[in-house]
Design a protein around this ligand. Structure first.
Ligand code: SF4
Ligand code: SF4
Length: 201
């Protein structure tokens, strides 16, 4: 791993090699934020299902440093917070789904039902009714020094949470690299990509 200094925001990043597709992260997120069943702020996707090459990939918003969703949103409903994470203003979203098309990770969701806990947690946003909803990195939990619920409840530590430097250390401890190729790492981590990208497993 690189020892280059980095100072980007804390994010949840998966260690795909450790995911066993137990669904605990999905349940933790749904339960913590009282989300409707159709809202998938985090979703485990099985690749090569049923083969010896099967891998399970938890995916959510990575709060990209070079977020394509922020670039394509025509109403500026998506914005960078001062800490560098990405949020959506529920009252500005028009439900056009441009962000869903622009996101390379499939993070934006458009639940038809209301998202009750989110509505009480500005600037998380008040979405539902087909408007955009996504992972908030459990911002209200951070205010109580709690890790994001999904990372906290994953039984195999397949969801790592931290700044680029902290993620680099955790990935090195696990002996794995990020799940991202160079292009994806640049989108997610921006100038910190070199600090996080490892030698590869
Ligand atoms: S769906 Fe909402 S947040 Fe997404 S691009 Fe359209 S207006 Fe912006
Ligand atoms: S960080 Fe929080 S909001 Fe985001 S996927 Fe995990 S539990 Fe859900």
């Amino acid at each position: 791993m690189s020892t280059q200094e980095s100072s980007g925001p804390a994010r949840v990043v998966p260690n795909w090699e450790s995911c066993i597709d137990c669904g605990a992260c999905e349940v933790a997120c749904q339960r913590t934020w009282n989300l409707p069943p159709e809202s998938d702020r985090i979703k485990v996707v099985a690749m090569a299902h049923g083969t010896e090459d099967e891998t399970n990939k938890p995916m959510q918003c990575y709060n990209c440093s070079e977020a394509p969703c922020v670039e394509v949103c025509p109403t500026e409903a998506l914005f960078f917070r001062d800490d560098g994470t990405v949020r959506v203003s529920g009252d500005m979203c028009i439900g056009c789904h441009y962000c869903g098309v622009g996101c390379p990770f499939g993070a934006p969701q458009y639940p038809d039902a209301e998202v009750p806990e989110a509505a009480e947690s500005e600037p998380v946003g008040a979405r539902g009714n087909g408007l955009m909803d996504k992972c908030t990195t459990c911002e209200p939990r951070q205010e109580h020094d709690l890790e994001p619920a999904c990372a906290s409840e994953c039984p195999t530590d397949a969801l790592l949470y931290g700044t680029p430097d902290e993620l680099s250390e955790k990935l090195a401890e696990d002996g794995v690299s990020t799940p991202f190729n160079d292009e994806a790492a640049r989108i997610v981590f921006g100038d910190d990509a070199d600090a996080v990208m490892g030698e590869g497993p």
